[in-house]
Design a protein around this ligand. Sequence first.
Ligand SMILES: [Zn+2]
Length: 207
Amino acid sequence: MKVREPLPIRRTAPTKSPKEGKWAKHKPDLCQDFHSHCGYCGSYDGYRHTWYEVDHFIPKSLLDGKISNVEYSNLVYSCKFCNNTKLAKWPTNDINIPNHNDQGFVDPCNEDYDNHLYRTNDGSIMWKTDLGKWMWEIAFKFDERNYAIKLLWEVNQIRKIILKYAKELSKMNIHSEEYKLVHTKAGDLSFKYVLVHNELMNHYNSL
Ligand SMILES: [Zn+2]
């Protein structure tokens, strides 16, 4: 599976034209373009403790006036964990070269991101290439964050299925057998959702 589904795509004409330093103004556009998921780890932004931030793909400290710090094409909708782990890492030290010799980054809006990292069936993130391994281990510490990443993925999968059932139910005759069947499935899944969500919150509270 892919880490992010679907692939985030930045709009070419952002809604706002903020002044230097006010990159947070782009957050609503980024949230939409990244489908409410972190560009790097693909986690959904709807849970407590996963405060979402605006990351500069090329770190702010390297921009040096060559690229504006509000330049939309350099911004990533990112969970605080990815943003705070990535920080100002940029091994090439050259803003024009995102990666070299299997170290550095791939823009999360580039399909190539998925050639380096993937998601396993249980929701973990794994690497496919040495560059992917560098991002996995050094840039984002996906290995150390695996437990939370898996729980976030699972609870989000359940959420999406429950919403799909809700949509189906809204179109059905409430007295039909089909309705009862789907309603029972949705109920069982909602029970599971609360348990997985609770596990996730306990984990965050223990950090
Ligand atoms: Zn993330």
